[in-house]
Ligand binder design. Structure first.
Ligand code: ZN
Length: 132
C-alpha cells in the first residue's frame, strides 16, 4: 500500500453532510460524483493530501443504505492507494484476506477499486484503489 488515499463516511443526506463537513474542515467539497453501478452519490473534501469521501445511497439496495440501516451513519471504509491493483488483489488473497469483489471495478474519482471483507480485517472495510 502506498498511502491512505481517503476515508469514506456514510451519510444519510449529502447536502446536510456537505454543509457540516465544510464547517468542520474549513473548506468546501471540491466535487460531487454519482457512481450509478454502486448506487452512491459521493462528495470529496481534501485536508493535507488525505481526502474525505462522503457517501449517500441513491437506492435502497445500495451497500451504503444497508450499512446505514445496520450501523447508522459514520466511518464506512479506509482506502489505500496501490500501484497495481491486480497484483495487490493476488497478494492479499494469498495472505488469506477475503475480497468482496474478485476483480477491480470502477469507483468514484477515476479509480479502480476493490474491497477487503471486514470479517478478515478486524471489522474495518478496506478499499484498495488505483488511479485509472
Ligand atoms: Zn472510497
Amino acid at each position: 500500500m502506498e498511502k491512505l488515499e481517503h476515508i469514506g463516511i456514510a451519510v444519510k443526506n449529502l447536502e446536510v453532510a456537505n454543509k457540516l463537513f465544510a464547517q468542520l474542515l474549513g473548506c468546501a467539497h471540491y466535487k460531487v460524483e454519482e457512481v450509478e453501478s454502486e448506487g452512491v452519490r459521493t462528495s470529496f473534501f481534501e485536508v493535507s493530501g488525505v481526502k474525505i469521501e462522503l457517501l449517500e445511497a441513491t437506492r435502497e439496495d445500495s451497500p451504503i443504505a444497508k450499512f446505514i440501516g445496520k450501523r447508522g451513519e459514520g466511518i464506512h471504509h479506509l482506502a489505500f492507494e496501490v500501484s497495481d491493483i491486480n497484483e495487490s488483489i493476488d497478494t492479499y488473497r494469498e495472505k488469506g484476506f477475503e475480497l468482496i469483489n474478485a476483480a477491480p471495478k470502477i469507483g468514484a474519482d477515476n479509480k479502480l477499486i476493490c474491497f477487503l471483507h471486514p470479517k478478515t480485517t478486524q471489522g474495518v472495510l478496506i478499499e484498495l484503489c488505483q488511479e485509472r
